[in-house]
Design a binder for this molecule. Structure first.
Ligand SMILES: Nc1ncnc2c1ncn2[C@@H]1O[C@H](COP(=O)(O)OP(=O)(O)OP(=O)(O)O)[C@@H](O)[C@H]1O
Length: 204
């Protein structure tokens, strides 16, 4: 279970959220909603351990994040706005490197399979710079298939995806939830998940 307890988000002079608490259990998706600038990315970065909360705590499997950062980094996959891709490297190189950094063993054959599933078959050796925005998004999301993390934190994952890409992602998320995974995501687009989801609204 992921548990946020009395989180406080401060950016400059602005208090974006105050004493925010919620829980996400195995098989559940938390949808973080709100207008532009309401603090969704700030919250997701906190949950990913990239930004500190001014107060409060985050627990994963009952223990504070700070006590288990290495373990948490292996259990959690964060896909932020930047997608975590190096433009000068090929999609294959990017995915092999990000798996290695996450401590996951993978092979070029598995990466090829993942790229095929996201619709990038035959583009393994193309540098990311040569991909369209939607293809870059697909390459970044291929990490979901390779890294076997139980907690996915996804910031606007539908951005730039076409209709088929959005439907693919919804199916992948539903499959993950059915397998007992957890998802926290933001999206300005409507997501029609079959699995259990609940939402919080920032700035309300
Ligand atoms: N590094 C930073 N330094 C100072 N202020 C920041 C920083 N990052 C974000 N902010 C401010 O914090 C507020 C919340 O930003 P955040 O990115 O969390 O919003 P958001 O809800 O994700 O927005 P969007 O829907 O546009 O993605 C904004 O007013 C933004 O200007």
């Amino acid at each position: 279970m992921l548990e946020a307890i009395n989180l406080v988000g401060v950016r400059g002079e602005r208090r974006l959220f105050n004493r925010l608490s919620f829980q996400v259990r195995a098989g559940e998706c938390l949808l973080v909603q709100g207008e532009n600038g309401s603090g969704k990315t700030t919250l997701l970065r906190m949950l990913a351990g990239l930004t500190a909360s001014a107060e409060g705590a985050i627990r994963w499997k009952g223990r504070l994040l700070d006590e288990q950062l290495g373990e948490y980094q292996r259990d959690m996959l964060y896909c932020g706005h930047g997608l975590g891709l190096k433009e000068d490297l090929s999609t294959m190189e990017n995915l092999l490197i990000s798996a290695a950094l996450a401590g996951i063993s993978t092979t070029p054959a598995l990466v090829s399979d993942a790229l095929k599933e996201v619709g990038l078959a035959g583009r393994e050796s193309l540098s990311v710079r040569g991909l369209s925005q939607g293809q870059k998004r697909r390459a970044g999301l291929a990490r979901l298939l390779l890294q076997q993390s139980s907690l996915w934190i996804l910031d606007e994952p539908l951005t730039a995806l076409d209709t088929a890409g959005c439907q693919w992602l919804v199916n992948v998320i539903d499959r993950h939830l059915l397998d007992g995974g957890l998802v926290v995501l933001t999206s300005h687009q409507h997501l029609s998940l079959a699995g259990t989801s609940h939402s919080i609204r920032m700035g309300a």
